[in-house]
Design a protein around this ligand. Structure first.
Ligand code: MN
Length: 203
């Protein structure tokens, strides 16, 4: 597994997410999940699986690598999804088309969706993620997971489905700029979501 390049500069998300946070988050935190994952599974039958497949059925893996795949494999998948869900702030800061229709029919309105997602992110105790997902019936749902767990993880996540959008609420994602003000970071996140990419993940 290798660290994916970002399609934008570290400073591209300012002032919403600062360049120094992005640099440390991507080049140090994400890179460390990958090196630890590689270290734990190199030479095993699992070293060449797509990351989605590797993290979705952790209980089927040898017990000595389950912990590393859950934490470091989860970390690799989650951050890869996160980077590609972000872009410089511009005029289109809400979804359209099928995704907007589904959000409206599921949550009542885009604002109601944002409120529910922000609550999932704000109330995740300690480190973790908030998610917008699609279940096997095609329905949207919001959930959150602790640590580097994610909704692909069968038998681990409270609700499983395909992640469309994830928000990292570990302090390393916001502490330099926002310190203890996680809700301000969550508000700023909405300014830099790439809704075209999120929509493209709908199946
Ligand atoms: Mn992170």
């Amino acid at each position: 597994y290798t660290l994916p390049n970002l399609s934008y500069e570290y400073a591209a998300l300012e002032p919403n997410i600062d360049a120094r946070t992005m640099e440390i988050h991507h080049s140090k935190h994400h890179a460390t999940y990958i090196s630890k994952l590689n270290e734990s599974i190199s030479g095993t039958d699992y070293a060449n699986l797509p990351i989605e497949e590797l993290v979705s059925d952790i209980h089927s893996l040898p017990s000595d690598i389950q912990g590393s795949v859950r934490n470091n494999g989860g970390g690799h998948y989650n951050h890869s999804l996160f980077w590609t869900s972000l872009k410089s702030a511009n005029s289109q800061n809400e979804p359209d088309g099928d995704l907007m229709d589904k959000i409206n029919s599921t949550f009542g309105s885009f604002d109601a969706f944002k409120t529910q997602f922000a609550a999932a992110a704000a109330t995740r105790f300690g480190s973790g993620w908030a998610w917008l997902c699609q279940n096997e019936s095609g329905e949207l749902f919001i959930t959150s997971t602790p640590n580097q767990d994610n909704p692909l993880m069968q038998g681990i996540a409270d609700q499983t489905g395909q992640p469309l959008l994830g928000l990292d609420v570990w302090e390393h994602a916001y502490y330099l700029n926002y310190q203890n003000r996680r809700p301000d970071y969550i508000n700023a996140f909405w300014e830099v979501v790439d809704w075209a990419v999120v929509s493209s993940r709908l199946s």
